[in-house]
Design a protein around this ligand. Structure first.
Ligand code: 5GP
Ligand code: ZN
Length: 115
């Protein structure tokens, strides 16, 4: 738990959020400012600042995060497809420095455009 981290507070339950999925390692909840009809964030409970800091020790947890992301997308009925995004550090446009994976779907998202 990192103080002043909004996602740690959501994981700890101190900020009430609709949880779409949770287990001992990860949770999923709607993005507060959705960019698509379905916009969900999947995060590890553990405070990992960014993808850039991952090491071999994180492999099992990250494998679980990715597999549970597929599970959540399935539960949300996104079998037609969706986009997953991880923004990393300043050049990646990361705004919340607790690792998270975006699921965007509910309509064709279109080609990826780097701006
Ligand atoms: P990033 O740019 O870091 O990849 O994305 C951070 C995301 O977190 C943004 O899409 C933003 O809307 C979302 N976000 C920021 N604060 C909150 C919050 O308090 N609750 C929820 N559910 N989402 C948040
Ligand atoms: Zn955190």
């Amino acid at each position: 738990m990192s103080e002043n981290c909004i996602f740690c507070k959501i994981a700890a339950g101190t900020i009430a959020t609709q949880l779409l999925y949770q287990d001992e390692l990860v949770l999923a909840f709607p993005d507060i400012a959705p960019q698509a009809p379905v916009h969900v964030l999947v995060i590890p409970r553990r405070h990992i600042v960014s993808l850039e800091l991952l090491t071999e020790a994180d492999r099992a947890e990250m494998g679980h995060l990715l597999e549970r992301t597929a599970h959540v997308a399935r539960q949300l009925g996104l079998q037609a497809g969706y986009r997953t995004i991880i923004n990393t550090n300043a050049h990646g446009g990361q705004e919340v420095f607790h690792l998270h994976l975006h699921i965007l779907g509910g309509k064709p998202i279109g080609p990826m455009v780097a701006r």
